[in-house]
Design a binder for this molecule. Structure first.
Ligand code: SAH
Length: 231
């Protein structure tokens, strides 16, 4: 009997964590204040972060830390980005409703959800099969509907180009030419450039067909953008 009660309580706790309740919403508000204090200004970005239940994108072992401003491990040796970093990249990307956005590195799907909350049409690509499958489950469960692709984001998605925005959430030694080619005129690409010893956030605006304006926006730390896809 006692055992059953304990099991029931455990079940309740787990189930609570699978929903989004007032406690989670409160924690998100605090997280957003932290991000604001670190210099993010775009209210639409903050509002989007306020809507996405980050705890549902986390590995169960770290769920209690979902609303701390830190990156955490997910499957396949990858990470769910730090909320501040997600906000920073999203702000630089200037996402507006209906824009066509390519996201390279679906990972947990958290950043994907933020882009969708901003009203973008999102094409997201992941090279790790397990993450590609997990993210579809998580996002599907929450009724988010990006287009999912399993493949090498280095190549982008030529069949679906051009994109108004391209967001890369893993670090590359340089901006891949293939991605620049898939950017529409007036489009913006954001990517962390560098190796494991240091990465700079890069923003490229395609002013005209053959003129690209590049700017740098501080130092970050990402997992590497790798070639090919992984089963
Ligand atoms: N935005 C994600 C970040 C995940 S980390 C989140 O917040 O959860 C970066 C992701 O990029 C990893 O899942 C990694 O597998 C993926 N990745 C690395 N190289 C890639 C490539 N060439 N194509 C597609 N995805 C890639």
């Amino acid at each position: 009997m006692t055992r059953n009660v304990q099991e029931y309580q455990l079940y309740l706790t787990v189930d609570m964590e699978k929903t989004d309740n007032y406690r989670h919403k409160g924690l998100r508000k605090k997280l957003i204040e932290t991000i604001r204090s670190k210099g993010i200004r775009d209210e639409a970005v903050m509002e989007a972060l306020g809507k996405v239940p980050r705890h549902l994108f986390m590995d169960s072992g770290f769920i209690n830390f979902s609303y701390t401003d830190k990156a955490f491990p997910i499957a396949a040796g990858q990470t769910i980005s730090q909320p501040y970093t997600v906000a920073f990249q999203t702000e630089l990307l200037e996402v507006r409703p209906h824009l066509k956005v390519l996201e390279v590195g679906t990972g947990s799907g958290y950043q994907t959800a933020v882009l969708l909350e901003l009203g973008a049409r999102v094409y997201t690509i992941e090279r790790q099969r397990q993450l590609f499958l997990d993210a579809q489950k998580t996002l599907g469960h929450l009724n988010y509907k990006p287009l999912f692709f399993y493949g090498d984001g280095y190549e982008g998605l030529p069949a679906y180009a051009p994109f108004d925005r391209i967001l890369v959430t893993a670090a590359a030694p340089e901006v891949p030419r293939s991605l620049l080619d898939q950017l529409s005129e007036g489009g913006i690409l954001v990517l962390p450039e560098g190796d494991r010893f240091g990465q700079k956030m890069i923003r490229v605006v395609r002013e005209t067909a053959d003129h690209f304006e590049r700017s740098e926006h501080g130092y970050f730390s990402f997992v590497p953008l790798l070639r090919g896809k992984n089963k």
